[in-house]
Write a protein that binds this ligand. Structure first.
Ligand SMILES: [Zn+2]
Length: 416
């Protein structure tokens, strides 16, 4: 039994924080008591008591759009996306640990630079062999052949990211499920940040995505879509995609369609990488004017789009697209501040999206993402009141403790 006393509890529901006591037994939260009385009476014997000294105790956060194999982290920036497979494996494992260090205890993959690596990583995390988040693993994200070498994922050397026609799509999804991927990502639209103008281009046909949906349902695997163009969003909604990333140019019809499926679908704008691109000062000789212009347009669009999606009850999730040298792993919490300052969230709303809604994304909404009796003990202890200031989460030194599945990844220093 572990008891956290003298903590300010943010329980993930959106209710204001309250001071109290939380008890953890094995891997579950067993009691949450505003005054601590119930816990003192029932559980205090033999408990390991941690005095939180007024810090905030909150659910672990969920990265809704993780790329563990995108190499750069705050500990180790990497200029190229491409690296030898052995180095890639170790780098991805390190990135996973960095997520945990920052209070991200679950991650939903939005694609990898390696076919099977995330499956093996998930096994290591789950068995306790390596520190890492609860993890929904994916495989290489797929788009049709671009007709040149300017590929979406510069880390892919042999056009492994390419997929063409219903038969190949069906085979890819079937095979991915067979080797253990839980989700696959298709690039329904292009990406102007990588190939100017292509965010408006569709990369798959209705027929191809219909087949994808059919096979995904049969194989029991989730579809996730990179979708900027309005028609890309509609293709994704119509064809059973579970998560749609970006959704930048969603029009009225796309919004109506998302709203109609709001209980099944999630939107993750991955806005952090856009802000990072706008903030980045390129070295002499590197011209990012097109990317910056596109980024400015995307951000302005999201300032209107995201509040409207939320008004319609669509679940919008933070984080995503970390792993570039200008947007490294470990910076994820910046998303929360962008959600607050630019996208109309209150700090509490942003935290709910990162925790409770994240639990729903992990398909564990009845046991993950809240501080409630019966819920899994994925818990973060943070210095200060994060419901007043989400930027506190950006500084690792404020993260006093990280517990995952009832075990400390980072143990607090003050104990009695
Ligand atoms: Zn991504």
């Amino acid at each position: 039994m572990i008891i956290f006393k003298n903590v300010r509890i943010f329980d993930g529901t959106g209710a204001p924080p309250f001071s109290g006591v939380v008890a953890v037994k094995e891997n579950r939260i067993v009691a949450v008591s505003p005054d601590g009385a119930a816990i003192a009476a029932d559980f205090a014997v033999d408990a390991h008591v941690i005095d939180g000294e007024g810090a905030t105790l909150m659910p672990g956060m969920v990265d809704a759009h993780a790329h563990l194999t995108w190499p750069s982290s705050i500990e180790r920036p990497v200029r190229e996306m491409m690296m030898p497979p052995e180095e890639l494996a170790l780098t991805a494992a390190r990135n996973a640990r960095i997520l945990l260090d920052h209070g991200i205890t679950s991650a939903y993959s939005a694609g990898a630079l390696s076919k099977r690596l995330e499956i093996y990583l998930a096994q290591q995390f789950q068995s306790g062999g390596l520190p890492g988040p609860r993890f929904i693993p994916s495989t290489i994200e797929k788009e049709p052949p671009a007709g040149d070498d300017n590929t979406f994922n510069p880390g892919q050397s042999e056009h492994e990211h390419q997929l063409s026609g219903p038969d190949e799509i069906r085979a890819f999804i079937k095979e991915s499920a067979e080797f253990g991927a839980k989700s696959v990502k298709l690039l329904i639209s292009g990406e102007s940040q990588l190939r100017p103008g292509t965010s408006f281009e569709l990369q798959y046909t209705e027929e191809e995505l219909r087949v994808a949906h059919e096979q995904a349902s049969e194989s029991g695997i989730w579809l996730n879509g990179h979708a900027h163009a309005a028609e890309a969003v509609k293709l994704g909604v119509r064809n059973g995609f579970r998560v749609l990333y970006h959704c930048t140019h969603a029009d009225e019809e796309a919004l109506d369609m998302l709203e109609a499926r709001k209980d099944e679908i999630f939107v993750a704008p991955a806005i952090g990488v856009i802000q990072a691109m706008l903030d980045f000062t390129p070295p002499p000789g590197m011209d990012l004017s097109e990317q910056k212009a596109d980024g400015q347009m995307v951000l302005e669009r999201h300032r209107e789009l995201i509040p409207e999606l939320r008004r319609r009850g669509v679940r919008v999730l933070p984080f995503g697209d970390y792993g570039f040298p200008f947007n490294p792993h470990g910076w994820q919490a910046r998303d929360l501040d962008i959600f607050v300052k630019q996208l109309g969230f209150t700090p509490t709303d942003a935290l709910v999206a990162a925790t409770k809604l994240g639990g729903e994304l992990m398909d564990m909404g009845d046991e993950l993402g809240m501080i409630k009796p019966g819920y899994l003990a994925d818990i973060v202890l943070v210095k200060g009141d994060v419901t007043q200031d989400v930027t506190l989460l950006q500084d690792k030194s404020n993260i006093l403790a990280v517990m995952q599945d009832g075990k400390f990844h980072k143990e607090p220093r003050t104990q009695h």
